[in-house]
Design a protein around this ligand. Sequence first.
Ligand code: C2E
Ligand code: MG
Ligand code: MG
Length: 692
Amino acid sequence: MLIGGYNGFLVLCSFAVAVLASFTALDMAGRVATSSGGAARAWLAGGACAMGLGIWSMHFIGMLAFELPIPLGYDLALTLYSILISVGASAFALWLVSRPQLPRRRLLAGALLMGLGIAAMHYTGMAALRMQPGIVWHRGWLLASVAVAVLAAGAALWLAFRLRTEGRGRFGHRVLASLAMGLAIVGMHYTGMAAAGFPEGSFCGATLHGVRQDWLALVVIVVTVAILGIALIVSVLDRRLEQRTATLSSSLSRAHEDLLQAALHDPLTGLPNRILLRDRAAWAIERATARRHRLAVMFVDLDGFKAVNDGYGHQTGDRLLCEVASRLRQLLGGSDTLARLGGDEFVLLADIEEPEEAARLAAQVVAEVGRGVHVDGRELTVSGSVGIALYPDDAGHEDMLMAHADAAMYVVKDQGRNGYRFFEPTMQASTDEHLELLAGLRRALAGDELVLHYQPKFGGEGGMLTGAEALLRWQHPTLGLLPPDRFIPLAERSGLILPLGEWVIEETCRQIRGWREAGLGQWNVAINLSAVQFLSPDLPARVAAALARHDVPAAALTLEITESTAMKDTEATMAALATLTAMGVRIAIDDFGTGYSSLLQLKRMPAAELKIDRGFVRELETNGEDAAIVASIIALGHALKLDVVAEGVETAGQRDHLRALGCFGLQGFLLGRPAPAGAFADLLRVQVPLPA
Ligand code: C2E
Ligand code: MG
Ligand code: MG
């Protein structure tokens, strides 16, 4: 046998090339796996060429490192075949590891095929020597070399699959993996070489027509390193580009998400808006149908929110809304939805089985809304009115469910607010009635259906008539004479209260002038203002204009505002009160005792009169607590030098009790019912003292 040797430098080169080829292969596997379509195919083709050439070069340099005491050459065709085999095996390997999954079976089959491919390349390359006589193969080493090839291929595939994704620390892992893979490839090659025995007297047939090997070594090394280098550079550049594209597209998709969020959500609370609510409702109905559950649609409206908003400003109102929204959100189950329709209206969709669950939830909603909210050191109280409609009991479609829940909510509003009601078929009529009433009210304002009735007020120890309170009535063409409770809340909700209030001011001034001209004395007439009206910035100017228009002294007019409106300790309230008092208009605090005003607030209030709420007067003789409250209000009013008027005096017993407590300002059915201007004028003519 001829004794072969190795050129140490070339052996090192072959190892370096194997490592470089492995690294490129890992990199390419990553590129193929993370791209798609044409790009993936291009990476697969380019990667297979680079990797195949790399592996083949390693093998070829290894062959060049092998030195026999005879000249060696290579058959061109067989050498080219061996390149093709290497590229083919690489393409297969790359394709394999770029699949989304690599089950064990596929890994084993892949390792076998690729290992056999590499072995085939190696032995085709050996055959390119065209040794005469043939190479004597040592069977053990031969089998060992194929085994090493299969094992190395398996390990390489597994590593490439694991390391194909991009990420932190991937570079270090890939370097280590490339070293291991390089070692395995080199190992296979030299094991294969150990299997080859060259009998004495052999000569290399390829030297006749083949390529000489000395200069070939250099060319192969340079070309291979260049190809692998270029492949890597292209890959790095592409990755940068891809990362930039990825950043761009992720910011695009974030922008898209933001847009969606803005289009489907309420900007203040972040809750779904009306559009998204419809969608959710339709979906919730489907789900409820499928599960044979019910869906509760709850319309939640905050009572007194408008006053907070007007009195304390929008910022405070907004914070109140956010707090309420976050409280309600905590009551929701996983598949429930809370939406804000705008203003102080919320809608809750809840997946329930029995109506009792909806009742429980609604009670919780009312309780949560009614719990005071601290904003900027103030304690704000609003309450909640909740209307509930159930699917499938009340309606089958989300629009109908919403309309029903809304109708039920309005019934709660009308019945004193702060509670919940389930929809009932009769309420349908009530919604229609509301709409009709509102349209009618607009007509009434334009026409002459509104009237003021005047209720006498008495005062002083002699019990003399001191003036009247003007109370609004609506002479409805079909419904008859409607009391203010029937239409004022509606007017407040619709904003119609402003022109309505305007009419009352105008009409009262006109009436005062009329009585004065008829020589009926100098009476003071009180009118009621609702909170919205009181806080509209041009109220003082409008009052002044009406007084001037009818030549009525300001002192002839009293403006009644409820305690809760008056005690909103805001700049707007105080400024309005100050301007009005400076004009000479009297201010009365109506329904006193129902709010929570403090002594300090009351002291700062430039009011002239306190009106004790008729709720306390009603129970005066039977309820000790009420009697105590009335007594203390009277004492308080006197201490602050305010006129105190008790409302709703219906019995002589009440009157006497009040007088005994020192309260001489009296108003009530006992002393005179509200009556049209003509009837009141008759009263003025006789100037009746307080009936005994
Ligand atoms: P208020 O200002 O507390 O007016 C007194 C209410 O008590 C009147 O009801 C009056 O008819 C009633 N009343 C008077 N004496 C007695 C009595 O002895 N027993 C009983 N049970 N009731 C008595 P009315 O006219 O139905 O008005 C209700 C409320 O509507 C008023 O309460 C006031 O807050 C509001 N209101 C009336 N007119 C106007 C108006 O022009 N503008 C505004 N914004 N609100 C008004
Ligand atoms: Mg009043
Ligand atoms: Mg009152």
